[in-house]
Design a protein around this ligand. Structure first.
Ligand SMILES: Cc1ncc(COP(=O)(O)O)c(C=O)c1O
Length: 414
């Protein structure tokens, strides 16, 4: 905004609107790093159509358990509406410490945690505080869509490790280790993964933690789906695989585990120096997470955990059926995802998943998310979310299967 220097106006006009000449906003060029979301593109188009079946949902379709809602309401009624301490509500920090020490690592203290506004803020703080020109970040392709833009906005460089549906979207630890060079700053992991549902095995995580530590490379591990493990396997958190906390940061949240994404409470687990630095940064971003929602988080951690088992049992039942349906769907290559509520089957190489998904939405009313939302090398993937009822899943595939069978670009792969 430039001040109005009109000489005839020796007093400011009374109307606030007329006091300034408004120039067009000139954004920081870093804003170009933020793409138009491939998810929004699909969901916005879907909103214009009738009778859409969504396999596009990125949040639990279950209600938040009652004891968590009650705790939230109770906190509001008890006047818990002020700011908390900058690191988070002390009771929540203690609950997190106890929870994590029982689950993954027995050496954590309250000051290894910073409570954030969802895992999203944790990712934002860590990546933007680390990314700088000349620094490289290694990420899987496809992977959760926030990482690459946040790295690039701050001048960092993204190096991708493509994964394939035919290999269950597993990452190749050796390949990542061979990519590490003098400019490598951080490896970003997300297991179970959005969009693939892949859980990386313990050997992979241990190997990466060990090699990263030798080479002074950071590991940021996004573990928001760590409780949504659909088979009887152990989940190897980075916290249980690394020998010490140096260079290790984990982000997580209540959003998926307790079906409360709108309450916006997450956290970072890291060494005490990292937390101390990020507390300062956190003060300049969101200050603190919502106070009553943090009390809801305390209730979630101390309350009955059977809500998680119930949700996981239902996600696993749907996963089994979705894998079976994908196996019978022309043109799709599936695999066995073990976590979260997603699968990212592939179309044959060279098929543009973005166009196909949009046409499929318009012609059948089934909304899936094309892989290009999650990585430049993933345009032949489709992300299917089974965070929806079994009836919707059956209906969606009943529409998709004959439609895909008729598509000319898939005909030669039959
Ligand atoms: C892999 C991954 N990380 C982080 C988030 C953000 O979660 P939150 O609601 O805690 O900000 C999501 C949400 O979809 C996600 O899928």
């Amino acid at each position: 905004m430039a001040v109005n220097m009109d000489a005839s106006a020796n007093v400011l006009p009374p109307e606030p609107d007329k006091r300034y000449v408004r120039d067009k906003m000139v954004w920081n060029p870093a804003m170009h790093a933020i793409p138009i979301s491939g998810i929004r593109r699909m969901v916005n188009r879907a909103a214009e159509l009738d009778d859409v079946v969504h396999l596009s949902i990125g949040q639990p379709d279950f209600g938040t358990p009652k004891h968590i809602i009650d705790a939230h309401i109770h906190a509001l009624q008890a006047g818990q509406t002020g700011y908390t301490m900058d690191a988070g509500l002390p009771e929540l920090l203690t609950a997190l410490k106890e929870y994590y020490n029982a689950k993954y690592r027995s050496t954590l203290d309250e000051d290894n945690f910073l409570v954030t506004t969802g895992a999203t803020e944790g990712i934002y703080l860590l990546l933007t505080a680390m990314a700088a020109p000349g620094r490289e970040f290694i990420i899987a392709d496809p992977t959760f869509l926030l990482y690459a833009p946040l790295i690039r906005m701050n001048g960092g460089q993204v190096r991708t490790v493509p994964t394939k549906a035919s290999e269950g979207h597993q990452i190749d630890a050796e390949r990542i280790i061979n990519m590490i060079g003098p400019n490598t700053h951080c490896i970003v992991l997300n297991s179970p993964s959005n969009p693939t549902g892949t859980v990386y095995p313990r050997e992979t995580i241990e190997w990466l933690c060990q090699e990263a530590a030798y080479r002074g490379v950071e590991i940021l591990s996004d573990e928001v789906y760590d409780n949504l493990i659909l088979d009887d396997i152990d989940f190897p958190s980075v916290l249980s695989c690394a020998t010490d906390m140096d260079g290790i940061s984990v982000v997580s949240s209540f959003s998926k585990t307790y079906a409360m994404p709108g309450l916006r409470v997450g956290w970072i687990v890291a060494d005490q120096n990292t937390i101390r630095t990020l507390r300062r940064y956190h003060m300049f971003t969101t200050t603190v997470a919502s106070t009553p929602a943090q009390w809801a988080g305390v209730a979630a951690l101390y309350g009955d955990q059977s809500c998680i088992t119930d949700m996981v049992t239902e996600y696993a039942r749907r996963r089994d059926r979705v894998v079976e349906l994908i196996g019978d769907t022309p043109g799709l290559t599936g695999y066995w995802p073990q976590g979260a509520f997603y699968i990212a089957p592939s179309l044959p190489d060279g098929v543009d998943g973005g166009r196909l998904a949009m046409r499929m939405l318009e012609e059948t009313g089934v909304c899936v998310i094309p892989g290009d939302a999650f990585g430049e090398h993933s345009s032949n993937l489709l992300r299917i979310s089974y965070s929806t009822s079994m009836e919707n899943i059956e209906e969606a595939f009943a529409r998709m299967m004959p439609w895909l069978d008729r598509q000319p670009e898939l005909a030669r792969y039959k």
